[in-house]
Design a protein around this ligand. Sequence first.
Ligand code: COI
Length: 453
Amino acid sequence: TPNMEPIQFTSLSHNVRTISPNSIISPPPQLSLQSPKSFKSTLQHSAYSSQHFYQNRILDQYVFQPANQITLRQLIFFGRNLTEERIIKSGNYVRTELTIRIAHRIRDFQNLPFVVGTNPHIAKVYDLYWIAFETLRKFPPIKTMEDNDEFCKTLKSLLKKHLVVIPQLAMGIIECGEYMSEEQVNRFMNVMLRTRISRRVLAEQQITLTENWNDPNYCYGSDGYIGVVSTQCNAKEIIDKCAKMTSNLCRTTYNVEPPNVIIDGVDTTFSYIPDHIEYIIYELLKNSIRESPNSSQKFVTSETSQTSITPESSESSKISKTSEIRKPKKPFPPIIVTICPGPIDIYFRISDQGGGIPDKIYPHIWSFLHKNSDKKIDHIFTNFSKVPQMAATVQEYEQFIIPPNLNLGIGLPMSKVYAEYLGGDLTIFSMDGYGTDSYLKITKLGNIKENLV
Ligand code: COI
């Protein structure tokens, strides 16, 4: 039954997400007359006011509408031959679809245990989603290209305001970890983050198509991009780019000459959202590169009784103090990345001899809940308030908010969330004391619907 309670946060066992047979699919009544600004203050100052009764009734009308999932192929075909009419059509799809998808997530927040939902970090994200929901719900239907430009401006501003979502959620979950099981936390975070990727793809696609649709070099032009999708993602180029970035990171962060990255297998070109694969490969290579000095340090120590390389002790505070790049006495074993293009999927295997993942940690590598990492996270959040003004892009923001040498602890689960978004997968096998093999599967036909669970 629909949840008509005037209460924001209900218990997890209260399943309000059951779809009623009489799902309301008509447009919502224009009930609320508040501007987004006054709406925000309502949320901040009277979270339990009777206003929520009406707000939740409006929300219900969207919660009971299913998401209309798309495929990569649809993104490509739709963006191929664009006209004003098609841009306007996709603008209206994004407008209604984002409203529905955000409504689903607001309901997830409401289903969190009360003590979790009222945590300031979680509540901040909850408020952001309410504001986004109201902004999009009230955005009038797009009829002209000028309306669409206005809509894209709104999307850009929402994308920027929502840059704080991941670190805020990570912080909230750490603070509330004891009130939820690891399984509950992971279920909540997986859905929250995977659907966030989906919403950002829809928003970014509309913005990018709008900005470039009549540039002949853009759509199917020399660069092969259609919005945020590249029709010419090259496996080797992606690995090369990530290897360069992670190797530099190793030098600047640990002052250590990194292990070589050797690319093996059969190169291939395919259609995908390159940012997603880059995020994953970067994260996996970063882990391998970070571990390699550790393993060699052990070899050096055991053979020569001296510790010349101490990457873990040169964490954040000491990063820039020494500039000399230290070479290991014995070269680190290389990291081998194998590309294997199959008829349906492309596999990437990253093999390192970096010592493997300790048996104690291995069962939790996909978990968003790291009870021991509060200290590092605190450091990140001290810079929190300065960030949105400073960062122009997601990458810039993330580099600032999550300094690469700090281990927020969500890189691996986040990579899996990215991999699974369009039907791929990420698996990791580790031999404690020797090394790690990561297998990334990317579906290349583009016919799998977005995974939103
Ligand atoms: C997010 O970034 O958290 C979103 O939900 C994006 C959306 C507001 C466009």
